[in-house]
Design a protein around this ligand. Sequence first.
Ligand code: GEK
Length: 253
Amino acid sequence: MIDASYRDAIFSTPLDRVASFSFDEQVVACFPDMVRRSIPGYGQILGMLGLLAERHLRHGAHVYDLGCSLGAVGLALAGRLPPEAFALTGVDLSPAMLARARETAASESPEHHLQFLEGDIRQIEYRTSGMIVLNFTLQFLPPTERDAVIAELYKALEPGGILVLSEKIVAPDEQENAWLVERYHDFKRANGYSDMEISQKRNALENVLVPDTLDAHRARLETAGFTRITTWFQYLNFASMVAFKDKASATHD
Ligand code: GEK
């Protein structure tokens, strides 16, 4: 288990100027608590990733966890699949996150092949993979750079491979979106965040986390080449999609 003992209190005191959100040591310490209390369905999504891998991952295939933070996706897969079933590479920009991910993987799942690489998912050379997971990561890239990353991931997937994309989303209808956001703030309040924490975090994420609509995600995935796309999960303004690369598609060159 990733240590969840540090409570997220980053935005609990008034700050005269809320700095932009960044994934530094302060965030690492309370990250498990933060994601659990601020991403509706985070635990359910992780649980389902293991089941999706059991069902769709070719035995022995390589898996990417892009924007891996503390490595929760790898641990979730390791909880369902034996060590020889897959080898996973977690990629993240944050050295502080990666240090903790390596430690946790070594103590929790020493038999599994989980490695962690410091890198920018916009720049790395991708190897052929059976499953690629973007669990709440694409949303942190500038919107204009998202198409190119998804196109690369499509190329890196082997035929029959899957991409799992979990994101905070925005509803196209203003009224519907306002309702979802308000209920999301209720969700955070119910999880112990104060109004001040909610509003300061919101300001810190402004221009850092820019959500797309589900339609925009679908269009991007289709443009990249995916023919079958399913939104398998939605909880308020958080959703997860699975996109299948056709078994008959040309192999990666
Ligand atoms: C989980 N997937 O627990 N390249 C690599 N990493 C990046 C980039 C980039 N360009 N931009 C942001 N990140 C995890 C949760 S958190 C989501 C993912 C959240 C990394 C960033 O350093 C952070 O660790 C992660 O993406 C996003 O299932 O905090 O809301």
